[in-house]
Design a protein. Structure first.
Ligand code: G3P
Ligand code: MG
Length: 420
């Protein structure tokens, strides 16, 4: 018993925390202790670890990031304890954020350092991560919008998209396309790429965009909105053209977006998000609402039977939760490789935003029959005292309270009593 005990946990501890780590945290006894696991000795008092590795939890966690684990770039106080406890108990979790703007590997590295918890990309999902599966556009020319500099282009290229253009590239090549960002051209030039084709009056030679992806919160709403509108009103996504089908009453959607214009993808519907400022800040959802307003002003909008056709992913949308559940189950299989983990019965979704985290978990009907249990924390968008716009299954103080609540509810702590 003792050697199996030491070996399996020693391997886990070294895999999770590295040879010299001492950061295992025991929720039940609230005590950090130095694991002499690396050298294969441990105290009888913590026998419960062995019982745990024998028991595969039928529950897991999905943690939101902004407002739950960090506030803008600062780690929230008890985030480290919450995640390192779960790692010590081998209770699976994924990080599921509507944020993004950097490649998953870069963001995971940053977050690991901030939270002092080893993390990796196998259980990490950003708003645009599902775009990596859109293979039909990887050989086409796509426009990627949002984020700092051209970081989102780099992400798209690492997802395998071969020809990626940004609004900044277009502005640098054609400053007249949006005169009000002329003062920004010097900074755009630092990350701009030459266009494969210029915009010109000869449609056959002009630059064509086959799909538009909003990867992250746009920084220059005016420029981004103008070029997106130019593409949605164009013929076949050819910049510099206007579709003759626009405003044709005989056509569906009054002829708008009926001329092979590029599809428009948004990765994050959040109107507000919890940043450093004490009040929530506008997010990508704010930009989309502005686009909706412009589209209505241009086309007449719903009154004229016109809608802005788009695809939105991110929390609370079904596709993002389905994607997250797939990733969580794959991660769980790997974590309990060879132990036949069985069905995942419940996922605790811990979030700060009623409109995305909570609504998404409440509405998600898992194709696998897993229950998604929503827990709202008070460390982000949600302000204590106001009724949440979407009712969670539980409201707690912070992420560690959420973990404590969930493991108690799952009766996890009781395992070793039954074994003793
Ligand atoms: O831009 C990020 C923000 O919308 C929310 O991120 O981690 O709270 O889903 P998160
Ligand atoms: Mg959040």
């Amino acid at each position: 018993m003792a050697s199996i005990l030491n070996n399996s946990i020693a391997k886990d501890a070294i895999r999770l925390f590295g040879k010299s780590s001492s950061r295992l945290f025991c929720l039940r006894c609230e005590r950090k202790y130095f694991l002499a696991l690396a050298n294969g000795t441990t105290s009888r008092r913590h026998l419960h670890e062995s019982t745990i590795s024998k028991h595969v939890p039928d529950f897991a966690f999905a943690f939101d990031i902004d407002g739950v684990l960090v506030r803008s770039s600062d780690p929230l106080p008890r985030a480290h304890k919450a995640l390192s406890y779960l790692q010590s108990q081998r209770i699976p979790f994924i990080l599921l954020t509507n944020g993004g703007g950097k490649h998953e590997t870069e963001r995971v590295e940053e977050l690991s350092k901030k939270l002092e918890v080893p993390l990796d990309t196998s259980n990490f999902i950003q708003s645009h991560t599902p775009f990596a599966d859109l293979n039909q556009y990887k050989e086409k020319t796509v426009m990627v919008v949002g984020g700092d500099e051209d970081k989102c282009r780099v992400v798209a290229e690492r997802y395998g998209f071969k020809s990626v253009v940004t609004p900044g590239d277009i502005l640098v090549a054609h400053p007249e396309i949006w005169p009000f960002s002329a003062h920004l051209i010097p900074s755009y030039k630092e990350h701009a790429r030459a266009l494969t084709r210029q915009i010109c009056s000869n449609a056959d030679e002009s630059l064509r965009i086959d799909a538009i992806f909003v990867y992250n919160d746009p920084r220059d709403w005016g420029l981004d909105a103008t070029i997106i509108l130019d593409l949605l009103l164009s013929r076949k996504g050819i910049l510099g053209t206007i579709s003759s089908k626009n405003n044709d009453k005989t056509l569906p959607n009054r002829g708008y977006q009926q001329d092979s214009q590029p599809p428009l993808y948004f990765s994050n519907p959040d109107l507000w998000w919890a940043a450093k400022y004490h009040l929530p800040r506008l997010g990508q959802g704010g930009f989309r609402e502005a686009m909706e307003g412009l589209w209505t002003a241009i086309t007449g909008g719903r009154e004229k039977g016109v809608e802005l056709k788009k695809e939105i992913i991110g929390k609370p949308y079904f596709k993002t939760y389905e994607f997250a559940e797939k990733i969580l189950n794959r991660y769980r299989e790997e974590l309990f490789h060879g132990q036949a983990p069985g069905k995942l019965s419940r996922v605790f979704m811990v979030g700060d935003n009623p409109e995305s985290d909570i609504r998404g978990a409440n509405n998600f009907e898992s194709p696998l029959g897993t229950e998604w249990f929503s827990i709202l924390v008070k460390t982000g968008v949600y302000e204590e005292g106001e009724p949440p716009s979407c009712e969670p299954k539980a409201i707690v103080g912070d992420v560690l309270d959420a973990v404590q609540f969930a493991v108690d509810k799952s009766g996890w702590r009781d395992i070793d009593k039954s074994d003793e």
